[in-house]
Each structure stands twice: as C-alpha cells, then as structure tokens.
Design a protein around this ligand. Structure first.
Ligand code: BG6
Length: 470
C-alpha cells in the first residue's frame, strides 16, 4: 500500500487475527510420525536456557499443549466467531522431517497441515505460517551442533521446498524464523545454539546467524519462484528499550543495545551487513566464515515485510549488561509505567514509538504478529472477567491507530495467544493471554474445555468495526 495522504482509519482488508506456535499448543509431540523438536526437550521454560532433556517421568507441558492437534476444528470455529481474517501458527518442522535428514517427508504430518489450512480457509481465515518457531529437529542440534554448521542450510531448504510446493495454493503469508534476533542472547531455543564450555559465544551466535541469513534469503528466493503471489516476512522480537537517563553514555549504550536487535532485520531487509557490526566483531574476536555468493544472495533476496513481537519496554541504565528473555530486553524498571503480575512493563505509547521507529528505518510494511497480556485468570460461576486484558488491548490498539495517523504502513495485527497456550519462557499455563480460556493448570490437570472470557466480545467488536470502535 502506498500512503499518499493523511488517514486516521485502518485500511480496508486490514488483517486482524491471532497468533500461536505449534510447540505451544498442538501437543501430540511424538505421534503421527513426528520427531523430537528442540522446544519439547527443554526441561524448563525457554528462559531458563537448555539445562538438559526432560526425563520420561518428568512433566513437560509443551508435550501435550492444549491438544490443538485434535481440537483445531472447535478452536477455529471460535476464531471465526471472533471474526479473524488471519491466523498465525507454525509448522512443526519435525512433523514434516522428523530428524531433518530424511529424504522423503512424513505424509501424516503434511496431511495434518493440509486439513488445518483447509479448515481455516473454509472459515474465511488466511493462514500466516512461521516456518521455524523454536521447534527445529533436536537431531540436528545433537548431530550437527545446529546452525553452527552450514549443512543446516540444506536441510532447511529442503523443508521449505516441501512446504512451499505442498501448500502453494493455501498459504500466501510466510515468516521464516521466529524472533531470530533473540539469537543475540544466550538463547539456545532460536537456533539451537547450546554453548560449549569456554567457547566464544559471540562467535557461535554470529556464525550461526550468518547461516540463517543465507537460509532466509534462499527461502525468499524459493517462495517467489514457487508461490509468486505470496509474501514472506522477517520475524523479530522488537519490544523496545529506552535510556534510563539522559547521560550521553547511557544514550550511546542504549543505541548499542537496540542495534544488537536491529542488526537482524538490518541484514534481512536492507540486504547487507550494517557497518557498525564490524567493530563489535573485531572487539570480540568474531570471524565469520562466508562462501562466495552468500552476500549476493542476501542482497538480492530481502524479505517483503517486517513482522515483530511487541509486549513491553524496559530501560537501559548506564553500565548495565544487556540481557533479556522471550518478551524482549530486561533492564531497569521504568518508574513511569505499570508492571504486569509477570513482571513485564506495560507501555502502549512504546508500541506507537516502535512502529514509527521501524517504519522510518525500513520503509517496508509492518506486521505486529505478537502483542498481548499474560495474566492469571479466575473462573467464577463459569465466567472469566478479564478487564485487565481488555485495557491492555484497547490501549495498544489505540496506540496502533495513532501510528496509522503518523503515516505508518501496517498490514495487520495478530494478538498473541488468542486461546490460552503453554507459555514459552516459563512453560506456565497460568500465564494466560487468551480471549478463550482453556481448562488446564500448571501441573497438567484439567478437562481442556474451552470457555469465552469477557475480552472475547471486546476483540470481536474491534474486528467487526475494523478498529473504529476501540
Ligand atoms: C515470544 C514468543 O517471545 O513471546 C512466543 O515468540 C512466546 O513463543 C511469547 O509465547 C510470550 O512469551 P511467554 O514467555 O509469556 O510465553
């Protein structure tokens, strides 16, 4: 869309919807020919890092999820009632290639997604598909040390070819790697980088990232060849960070902190390594091995749009180290804004700020594909009153509308976890985002029954009025 005049309305055809990931909802983690994925091997939530594989007698909620694998028809009927235009989920790579190395794909896995996409399309809902959302084959991590190895590019390419060819008539919106920029931290879950004792971690991260950039470019190339009318985006975690004070050094450090994130879309959207990275590499003894043609591919095949998650903001105080988890950077609490019961600070104005920042920098359509409030809910007489979730959503949607008035090109909005799913960072069911309650607790007890919360009607009306009534 070319914006040529002032508008204060969401465009016609704005893609309202919701987003989940296969590993957090499907369950059925080792049936239907599925191989073992990275996320379901983590003993605790992903924020705890990789601390060994879950033993057979230990409970891991990712393995059963909310049984979306069997209940997706019921759930999609509810999404239709909400008025969704689009629904984001991921394909579990291990349902298609259980170890990543097979020559032939697993037909049962392919057939499952065929039915899922048909169900969505019949409900008038477009699928938006993340190709890899923390759930790569664990086998590739064990055998090849994951994306450290260039071999992974080939396995990913084969997987992409299979799904692009199979779903070419069904899926027109794709995302490559979920929150690829979380690679910058000690984050084994994005690219399966489980660190070795004493190794130069930055070296491992940026070498793996280079392989993923090449894989991303190849996916863009292949998607354009196989599904010319599709769009394929980058997906990053872009919750923001402010300087804690106006000391010039705080300012410079905050710029550096933000660049560690923006580096990833910089490469994939602008098509080249930003020059600031060479200093970081030099000062940290990082030497990237590249092959002839890599930079050319990265230059030629940049993504069509920038999808991102935005949950919160934090601040950077002078001298503070950079760290974070699933929702973004963790810094010094901002005294001007509130904090959720799970410790994430709530900042709708930061959403408008971030949308403007990203539009100014990239000039490609933006798609917030994750935003929402994780909170504890209480069921009283079969009802769930969640005014806190409505308030969070309303304030963020108002901020997004302000960004539209600012001239930002936004394709759509998918709320994170429209139905309660397993939390990624902490593996908690009790950190609920949904408009639809799922009866399951942190220990795995419950009937899995679905119930509408008050926020259901609120979001339904937002979509019905295309965001005119917020
Ligand atoms: C994002 C991830 O980082 O944050 C999701 O893409 C995740 O997978 C979401 O669920 C919210 O984080 P959490 O830890 O509350 O589930």
């Amino acid at each position: 869309m070319m914006i040529t005049e002032y508008t204060d309305r969401f465009p016609e055809g704005f893609l309202w919807g919701g987003a989940v990931a296969a590993n957090q909802c499907e369950g059925v983690w080792d049936e239907g020919g599925k191989g073992i994925d990275l996320a379901s091997t983590f003993k605790k939530g992903l924020s705890a890092g990789f601390i060994g594989i879950t033993a057979d007698d230990e409970y891991n909620p990712e393995r059963t999820g909310i049984d979306f694998y069997h209940r997706y028809k019921e759930d999609i009927a509810l999404f239709k009632e909400l008025g969704f235009k689009i629904f984001r989920t991921s394909i579990a790579w291990t349902r298609i290639y259980p170890t990543g190395e097979e020559k032939e794909p697993n037909e049962a896995g392919l057939a499952f997604y065929d039915s899922l996409f048909d169900e969505l399309l019949n409900a008038g809902i477009q699928p938006l598909i993340t190709i890899s959302h923390y759930e790569m084959p664990y086998h590739l991590v064990e055998k090849y040390d994951s994306w450290r190895s260039r071999k992974l590019i080939g396995f990913f390419e084969k997987y992409c070819r299979t799904i692009f060819e199979r779903y070419r008539n069904k899926v027109k919106f794709w995302l490559t790697f979920n929150e690829i920029n979380n690679m910058r931290r000690n984050a084994g879950y994005v690219g399966g980088i489980l660190f070795h004792e004493g190794e130069n971690r930055m070296q491992a991260i940026y070498q793996a990232a280079h392989h993923m950039f090449v894989a991303n470019a190849l996916a863009v190339k292949m998607c354009r060849e196989i599904i010319p009318d599709a769009k394929i985006g980058v997906m990053c975690s872009l919750s923001n960070v402010y300087p804690y004070d106006c000391h010039p050094v705080t300012m410079l450090e905050t710029m550096d902190c933000r660049r560690r994130s923006l580096f990833f879309p910089d490469v994939m959207l602008r098509g080249y390594y930003p020059t600031y990275i060479y200093r970081l590499w030099k000062e940290n003894n990082v030497n990237i091995t590249m092959e002839t043609g890599d930079l050319d591919l990265i230059r030629k095949y940049t993504n069509d749009f920038l999808a991102f998650s935005y949950y919160r903001t934090t601040t950077h105080a002078k001298g503070q180290p950079f760290f974070g988890d699933t929702g973004g950077d963790n810094g010094t609490p901002n005294p001007f804004i509130e904090t959720s019961e799970f410790g994430w600070q709530i900042d709708p104005d930061g959403f408008r700020y971030t949308l403007n920042e990203l539009w100014d920098r990239y000039q490609v359509p933006l798609f917030p594909v994750e935003n929402g409030l994780g909170a504890r809910d209480t069921v009283e007489d079969g009802k769930i009153h969640d005014p806190y979730r409505v308030a969070y959503l309303r304030d963020h949607l108002k901020a997004m509308k302000e960004a539209v008035c600012d001239g930002v090109d936004i394709m759509g909005y998918t709320y994170w976890g429209p139905i309660d799913i397993v939390g990624a960072g902490t593996f908690q069911m009790s950190k609920r985002y949904g408009f639809i309650y799922v009866d399951k607790d942190d220990e795995g007890n419950g009937t899995l029954k679905r119930m509408k919360k008050d926020s259901f009607a609120y979001y339904q009306n937002v979509i019905r009025t295309n965001g005119e009534e917020l």
